[in-house]
Design a protein around this ligand. Structure first.
Ligand SMILES: [Zn+2]
Length: 401
């Protein structure tokens, strides 16, 4: 028989009640909830709670839906801290920097890649991320891309094929041949492990025609599209994402009026990745322009070793509030319900009876503290499908690699 858990004494319960999009942030004061069979079974006032098998009083702390990180590159080897330090000293970021991670990733053993991936996944969970996406893109051969997506599928259902991340050095003189590999044999090898396909559509990476060819081929194998678009300069990626019905256009740092209009008239989410602008000292995307136009906005980490080596959704929320002029409510919604929409996950990103019991208990009385107290470890407890996460244990598993 299923055991139920009552959480009472909630100072602020952020629910993101469905049907209130795009500004669907909703919160209850002095609330309680019941978890049963991994789902939310009941939500109501602390003054009128039902019976449960066990209970915990969170003493006025805020409770939020677990964060949904819809954009992360976690399968890699190597360290690019020297490149970061040089960039902070004045060198610009160029897309070719990916190639140094490709060399290290190809040279790594499966065990090394798996250990790094699990360490980052545990780091995410410890910071309240209960659903995350993971891309390939540092293998760039059929063998190494297939290995990357197979490893990613060990830790998440949201696996993205990113063979079209950058043209590897060995194809520099014949990029068309690389596109044919990505949309042909490499796709065939990767598709069984993936739900999504992505292309880095940018000068120095892949153009609109190449991106369309890859994503169309991937759709033929059942993979839904998402696009890295307009990170380094204006380009065709955002409008291509809308044209293809992509779940998300990611980065959106350089926006044209046509881009904003296209997003506003579509179901494509604009996923903003402020960790990348922070780590490359680029201007932040214009979140206000998107929100004011009615675009659905998500926040994600873009965790990767080159341009945003953070797994922290609270850090991204703080950046969005401080530097992108999102309200604390908009930023928390974008990091939870927004991410769920970017992954087309109707079961995540909100708290209501029937939703997955993925939630975060903050060591703070309100969601605003995530931006108000930047850099402070505010995650008191995390529940994933109703199970309490043993943060320290998870982080210890792979610390001795
Ligand atoms: Zn990315």
């Amino acid at each position: 028989m299923a055991r139920s858990l009552l959480i009472t004494g909630i100072g602020e319960l952020v629910t993101n009640a469905p049907g209130q999009r795009p500004a669907g942030f909703a919160a209850l004061d002095r609330a309680a909830l019941v978890i049963e069979d991994g789902l939310i079974a009941w939500i109501g006032p602390s003054a009128a709670v039902p019976a449960a098998d066990a209970s915990v009083d969170v003493a006025g702390r805020a409770v939020l839906p677990g964060f949904v990180d819809s954009h992360a590159h976690l399968v890699f080897a190597g360290d690019r801290s020297a490149e970061f330090a040089a960039r902070m000293a004045g060198l610009p970021y160029q897309a070719g920097g990916i190639r140094s991670t490709v060399a290290a990733t190809r040279a790594a053993t499966d065990a090394q890649l798996r250990a790094g991936l699990r360490r980052l996944a545990a780091e995410m969970l410890g910071q309240g991320t209960t659903t995350f996406e993971c891309k390939s893109g540092y293998g760039l051969t059929t063998e190494h891309e297939a290995r990357s997506v197979a490893l990613a599928a060990e830790v998440t259902a949201e696996v993205t094929y990113l063979g079209a991340h950058v043209v590897p050095a060995e194809f520099a003189e014949r990029p068309g041949d690389y596109v044919d590999l990505v949309r042909g044999p490499m796709l065939d090898a990767c598709a069984p492990h993936c739900r999504w396909a992505d292309v880095f559509c940018e000068d120095g990476a892949f153009g609109a025609d190449e991106a369309r060819a890859v994503l169309t081929a991937a759709a033929g194998r059942g993979l839904s599209p998402r696009i890295h678009a307009s990170q380094l300069g204006p380009g065709p990626g955002i409008r291509l994402a809308v044209e293809l019905g992509a779940a998300s256009a990611d980065h959106c740092t350089f926006l044209t009026g046509d881009d904003v209009a296209a997003l506003a008239s579509s179901d494509t989410v604009a996923t903003l990745l402020p960790g990348a602008e922070f780590s490359t000292r680029q201007p932040y995307p214009d979140a206000r322009r998107l929100l004011d136009a009615g675009v659905t906005v998500a926040l994600a980490t873009d965790c990767n070793p080159g341009t945003s080596y953070t797994t922290s959704m609270p850090f991204c929320i703080a950046l969005a509030v401080r530097d992108m002029r999102m309200t604390t409510q908009e930023a928390v919604w974008a990091a939870t319900a927004g991410g769920a929409r970017a992954l087309r996950r109707p079961d995540a990103g909100y708290l209501a009876p029937g939703a997955r019991a993925d939630l975060v208990v903050l060591d703070a009385p309100s969601h605003a503290h995530l931006a108000y107290r930047p850099g402070v470890p505010l995650i008191h407890q995390v529940y994933q499908s109703g199970e309490s996460v043993k943060i320290k244990l998870l982080c210890a598993v792979d610390s001795g690699k």
